[in-house]
Every structure is written in C-alpha cells, then in structure tokens.
Design a protein around this ligand. Structure first.
Ligand code: B12
Length: 425
C-alpha cells in the first residue's frame, strides 16, 4: 500500500483547496510573524517541522534559514528513523517534507536514505492496535489525526480505518474532544473524504465534518469570535477556511474570527506556525500541493535595526511579588500536598516561581522539565514523573482554572495561587 506513488497527494481533488473566503491578514502582520519564525530557528536546538511547514505554506522559501531548516529536518528524520523508537512527531516531519516537495519515502541526508512513510505507517499500526484493544490510542487522538493526515496527503494507504475511528469519536459527545483535537481530526477527515469511494464511509466522514465545522461556527458565535482559546484559533481557522462545503449554505464570518487573532500578539513559534497558514488563506491540507519552484511572494520584514531583544528591562529591578504554589498528588502511590510561597520579580514566568520554590525547599519542590516544541514542559515534580504509558501528566491551574499557557510563558500575578496537580488525560 505504501507503494502507491508519491504524488497522488498532489492531485488535489481534496475537499480543501485554497480558502474560498475573503479574509487575508495584512502583509505587515504576516511579515512580522514570518520574522519571528525565522528568529526561532536556532542552530543548537532540534529543528521544528511545524515552522518549516508554515514557512512553505506562506511561500516564504527563499531565505538561508529556510534552506538550513529543511536540511536539518532531513538529517533529523534520517537519524530518528534509524532508531528503534517511533518518532512521536513523524507525521509533522512528513507534512513538512511534503510541503518542501520532498518525497517522504526517499529522504536523503548524512549519506543515507530513509522511508519516513514506513515509520509513520508503523506508528499508525500501533495506534490502531491500541484503539482496537482498548478503545483509546497509544498516544492521543490529536496525534492519530496528524498521522492520518500525513499518510493521506502522501498518497499512502493505511489510514482509512483510522479515519472511520476518528469520525466516530468526533460524533460521540462523550468523547469531549478539545477544539485542537477536533480541528486536527477535521483536517484529516477532509483529506480522507477526498479519496474514498465507499458511500458509507463518505457519509460518515461528511457527517463528522459537518458536525465539527458547525460546532466551531456555533462556538465562534457564542464566544465573540473565539473558538476554544487563543492557541486553538490557528487550527480552527485552518479548518473553517478549508472545509466550506461541509457547512454550506451557512456562511463563516471570517472577519470576526480573524479580528480575535489580530488582537493577540503571538510570540511562541508553535502558536505562530499553527495560525500563520490560516492567515494567508491556507491549511495543512495544502501541504502536498505546493509549487516549490514558485518564488516567495512574502518575505519577512526587513529589520532596519538589529532584532529587538526580549524585553527583560526592568524585570530584575522590579519589585518582588509573592506567588503561592501547591503541588498535589491524589492519584498514584503515596499521596501528597505541599504549599509554599515564592518571591520572584514582577513579570517573572511561572518557571521562575518553580525554580524559586525548588531553591528554597529542594527536597519537596524539585522538578524536571523537558524541552518540547511548545517550550519547557514540566515532566516530574517531587520525584513523581508523568508517564505517557499510563497517560499521566502534571496539570497547572490558577485557582481552579487550567492554565492556557505553559510554565515558560505564563506570568503569574502578585498573590496568585498556582497549583500543579498530578492528573490523567
Ligand atoms: C495532546 C496535548 C497535551 C497532552 C500531551 C500528551 C502526550 N504525551 O501527547 C497533555 C494532556 C499532557 C498536555 C498538557 C498540557 N498542555 Co497541551 N496540548 C496537547 C495538544 C492537543 C496536542 C499536542 C501534540 O500532540 N502535538 C503533536 C505532537 C506530534 O507534537 P509534539 O511537539 O511532539 O507534542 C508534544 C508537545 O506538544 C507537548 N505538549 C503538549 N501540550 C503542551 C503544553 C506546553 C505548554 C508544553 C511546553 C508542551 C506541551 O506534548 C506533546 C507530546 O509529547 C496541543 C494542541 C496544539 N494546538 O498543538 C495542546 C497544547 C500544546 N497544550 C496546551 C497547554 C496549555 C497545556 C498545559 C499547560 C495545560 C495545563 N493547564 O496544565 C499542559 C502542560 C503542563 C506541563 N506539565 O508543563 C496549549 C499550549 C498553549 C501555549 N501557549 O503554550 C495547547 C496549544 C492547547 C491549547 N489550545 O490551549 N497537552
């Protein structure tokens, strides 16, 4: 099945295609976002395939940074494909490489050639085995959606079963899927819809797509333009821009949704990488159909002065604030609850609060982070580690509200009470 020629994905009789709506972001904003993406590419960090994908969809392909990033992604793909462990984000590598007109079945770097679709297929097989045996994926439905999209856009087989499972999950109200997960599932289903001839499957995918898109439109109406939170807007907008026919004749007030995005100053490269395609009228559905020979139409804004440094001025001189911090485990092993108050300069991130608490009482508040595409993720506190195998993680709350940002981004206020609660997902 993997033998199905690469390139079918390019025959885009897909549900998607270029967005039919009239909203496109101002050139200035697109340039600013592209500049931030370029600045995020660092020689000593793992390359981020989502950044390459966004640059390609925005047709910003002319720079040295772009070339370098593509090369690094090929190298990383070759290195990880040879290891036994499955690469968690292999689907993102496939999308990024497809959008660079590379054949994912023949990725050449470091004097080797690897078949990334085989790796992706293997991951999908593991997910399906878990879904069949336990009703839940090995990782997450978001990840299964990405895998489905990657296989579908590459013109490989082996995703039809997953698309049926995803459609059923999306249609089941008990699933309570986040906007991000429903959006990624919708992109995958829109791709699968374009390739299936089976009437039953088409009807099911159509119903799922109609449900997700109409729910998004309802959420937007209720939330003054917001669908989920500001960080799920990128994927939600990609979906609504690319799947018009599934909510027709209903119309999308894209101006209202875009204005929500305009009102936020996105800094995180991952957040920019998910929202930028929508702002230039594109979606991940178009990753395999780009004309790589075409020259870039948008380039980052030329900097007349050196790139501004992160604004830390004043942070160190700022008056200290007090943040109350609790760590709670009522889930596994010996239960515990500890609370402390940490003093940090105003404007500090939550990560600095955690460091201050750990410095003060290392035997209680020690913690570990892992670098991810969204920044540092807290993976262990007080010796208790999150484990993807049993779907545990450290959830962060302010009072009773789950934070919408990670510890590296979120800045607590004076007197705020932050809780880290060992939870399952
Ligand atoms: C699945 C998911 C999770 C799962 C990851 C489990 C797993 N093993 O796969 C769990 C439930 C653990 C999780 C936790 C959190 N998440 Co989350 N998560 C997602 C989601 C839906 C998909 C990520 C994914 O699988 N990507 C695909 C894989 C292939 O790529 P990856 O780079 O390998 O993915 C890894 C990282 O994304 C990482 N991760 C997931 N969430 C977060 C959040 C932060 C802040 C960091 C640093 C890393 C991180 O876990 C993934 C697997 O290893 C995204 C939605 C989106 N739009 O991207 C939100 C998202 C990334 N999460 C978000 C948030 C806010 C959180 C939490 C901070 C929530 C909370 N209040 O506690 C916590 C992290 C706390 C901590 N310990 O540091 C936000 C981030 C926004 C931001 N500005 O940073 C997003 C965008 C959702 C949203 N719209 O609000 N998340």
């Amino acid at each position: 099945m993997l033998g199905v020629a690469f390139g079918i994905g390019v025959l885009l009789a897909l549900a998607g295609g270029t967005a039919a709506h009239s909203c496109v972001a101002p050139h200035e904003l697109v340039s600013k976002m592209l500049q931030r993406l370029e600045d995020s590419v660092k020689a000593d960090e793992l390359p981020n395939p989502s950044v390459l994908l966004a640059m390609n969809l925005a047709r910003a392909t002319g720079s040295n940074t772009h070339e370098w990033l593509l090369q690094r992604i090929k190298e990383e793909a070759v290195k990880t494909a040879q290891k036994d462990t499955t690469l968690g984000d292999v689907a993102l590598y496939v999308l990024a490489l497809l959008s660079s007109c590379q054949n994912p079945q023949h990725i050449q770097a470091l004097g080797q050639t690897v078949d990334l679709l085989r790796v992706l297929q293997r991951k999908m097989d593991e997910e399906m085995a878990s879904l069949e045996a336990e009703g839940i994926p090995k990782t997450t439905l978001y990840s299964v959606s990405l895998d489905t999209l990657g296989l579908c856009l590459a013109g490989a087989g082996g995703y039809q079963g997953a698309s049926v499972v995803l459609a059923k999950k999306v249609l089941n109200p008990k699933s309570q899927l986040s906007v991000d997960t429903r959006a990624m599932a919708a992109l995958a289903l829109a791709c699968a819809y374009g390739y299936t001839d089976l009437h039953d499957v088409r009807d099911l995918l159509q119903e799922a797509l109609s449900t997700v898109t109409n729910d998004f439109l309802n959420e937007q109406e209720k939330g003054d333009g917001m669908i989920g939170n500001i960080y799920s807007m990128g994927l939600a907008l990609q979906v609504l821009g690319a799947t018009e026919k599934f909510y027709a004749p209903r119309e999308w007030d894209c101006a209202q949704a875009f204005s929500v995005v305009y009102s936020h100053d996105y800094n995180l490269p991952m957040a920019i990488a998910q929202v930028l395609p929508a702002l230039v009228g594109k979606s991940y559905l178009e990753a395999a159909g780009l004309d790589c020979a075409a020259s870039a139409s948008v380039s980052p804004r030329l900097q007349s002065s050196p790139s501004p440094k992160l604004d830390t001025t004043g942070v160190h001189r700022a008056a200290p604030i007090t943040v109350h911090y609790s760590i709670i485990n009522k889930l596994q092993g010996k239960h515990f609850t500890y609370t402390t108050s940490a003093q940090v300069p105003a404007g500090s991130t939550l990560l600095e609060v955690l460091r201050a608490a750990a410095a003060e009482k290392p035997d209680i508040f020690s913690f570990q982070t892992q670098q991810t595409s969204w920044g540092p993720m807290v993976v262990s506190i007080h010796g208790l580690a999150a484990n993807p195998a049993d779907k545990t993680y450290w959830q962060f709350l302010s009072g009773t509200n789950a934070l919408q940002e990670g510890v590296g981004t979120y800045k607590p206020q004076n007197g705020e009470h932050i809780q880290a609660v060992f939870s399952t997902y």
